[in-house]
Write a protein that binds this ligand. Structure first.
Ligand code: SF4
Length: 404
């Protein structure tokens, strides 16, 4: 660990000092109104139903607050941020306005070449890799670590797998900051190994390999997955003892299913006693992600005409929420309220299949009553959700003053 005086992970006791600024930057009166009305707003022909759990999670609130506290604590110092504090463009823009400099990612981690010992570096809610952490420790700068406790739980799990000689099979996105940081934890042990699978289709490849029916064998498997695995990963060696974990923001249902089917494949191939000894699985979806997915599932039991999911395009938990909604109802994942153009009746959104930004006309029925479902990812501030509500109403010509 870095010396006590340069490493901080519990804030600086300046919560009161930054609270007003945080409230002004992120709170939303319209969201407060929706909450007060049992998450429902009826205005003219429009009914808006807001999921019971949505928006900022405990980890994001804490990380953002610590970043504000850091600015207050070190008004004269140069402050850097290792990547984005969270995946929301508005929050990141606010931090830039405060003079916090975002470090650019490179193949080997973030570029710390300009960081001096007297500087301050904030580590984001996703955490950073062991390599990055050690680089910063060697520089000797002040580190403000906002890594979420739920991410630390995944690290502990992966560490135990590596210590016990299990390959960590991580359900996640290999390029996502959190998964990169999680996977790097295996490096604490000489033979620590990981493999990241993005979804059930990729888990099926792992199962096929375990069962000896992966087309093309070892070379083909490595050609497809070497980029998402430890440098020394060898499927012939490292798929014999497996521990499953996941990025905290994946689809919970899919993570559980992956753990289940990989375990079954181990049992089918090597027998039940082998599975008992050589396979482990642990659900590391965080409770905030789980709560938001449960809330949206509950909302989707109601009649909803169209669903809006608000959050950064690169926000993993927002993408998971949008995927859940799209199974049941027409769904649009928009980055913020600016994606809605009331005059044109269009929505600018992330296409769920391609990931590209597209504009769709006629997203909302313009005749008769309409029920719009609404939720937001864990990194979306309430004011951005409120602005979306206002634009939904404006699209049907409802005056905001009539609902206040
Ligand atoms: S989504 Fe979960 S893991 Fe990520 S910051 Fe929020 S609470 Fe923490």
């Amino acid at each position: 660990m870095a010396p006590e005086s340069t490493y901080f992970r519990k804030g600086f006791g300046l919560k009161t000092e930054v609270q007003d600024t945080l409230t002004a930057d992120y709170d939303g009166q319209l969201v407060d109104l929706l909450r007060a009305r049992d998450h429902q707003l009826v205005a003219g022909p429009v009914t808006i139903r807001l999921a019971k759990e949505f928006g900022f999670c405990y980890g994001v609130e804490r990380a953002v607050e610590y970043a504000y506290q850091t600015r207050a604590k070190f008004p004269e110092r140069r402050i850097y941020l290792a990547g984005e504090i969270i995946h929301n463009p508005h929050v990141n823009a606010k931090l830039k306005e405060m003079g916090i400099v975002f470090l650019a990612p490179s193949d080997k981690g973030f570029d710390y070449t300009g960081v001096q010992p007297e500087d301050v570096v904030i580590l984001p809610a996703f955490g950073v890799t062991i390599h990055d952490f050690q680089t910063l420790r060697a520089i000797g700068c002040v580190m403000v670590d906002t890594t979420c406790g739920s991410v630390l739980n995944v690290w502990k799990r992966v560490e135990v797998y590596a210590k016990d000689g299990f390959t960590s099979l991580i359900h996640g996105k290999y390029y996502h900051e959190e998964t990169r940081a999680t996977a790097s934890q295996v490096e604490k042990f000489p033979n620590g190994t990981y493999l990241v699978v993005r979804d059930m289709a990729q888990a099926e490849d792992v199962i096929a390999y375990i069962e000896g029916r992966f087309g093309g064998g070892r070379d083909a498997f490595l050609a497809r997955y070497a980029h998402a695995a430890s440098p020394h990963f060898d499927p012939d060696v490292h798929l014999k003892r497996i521990g499953v974990a996941n990025q905290t923001t994946m689809l919970a249902r899919e993570s559980l299913a992956i753990g289940e089917v990989v375990g079954q494949a181990m049992a089918r191939t090597h027998g039940e006693s082998h599975r008992a000894e050589h396979f482990r699985t642990f659900d590391t979806i965080c409770s905030a992600t789980q709560d938001r997915q449960d809330a949206v599932n509950a909302l989707l039991l109601e009649p909803i005409d169209v669903m809006l999911v608000v959050g950064g395009y690169n926000s993993s938990n927002t993408i998971s929420l949008a995927a859940l909604c799209a199974e049941k109802v027409r769904t649009f994942h928009l980055e913020d309220a600016a994606g809605l153009d009331p005059a044109a009746g269009t929505v600018r959104h992330r296409d769920l299949a391609t990931g590209e930004e597209v504009v769709t006309a006629g997203w909302m029925p313009m005749e008769g009553p309409v029920r719009v479902g609404l939720t937001a990812g864990a990194s979306t501030p309430n004011n951005k959700i409120g602005e979306t509500v206002a634009r939904v109403l404006a699209t049907r010509g409802v005056d905001l003053a009539s609902v206040a």
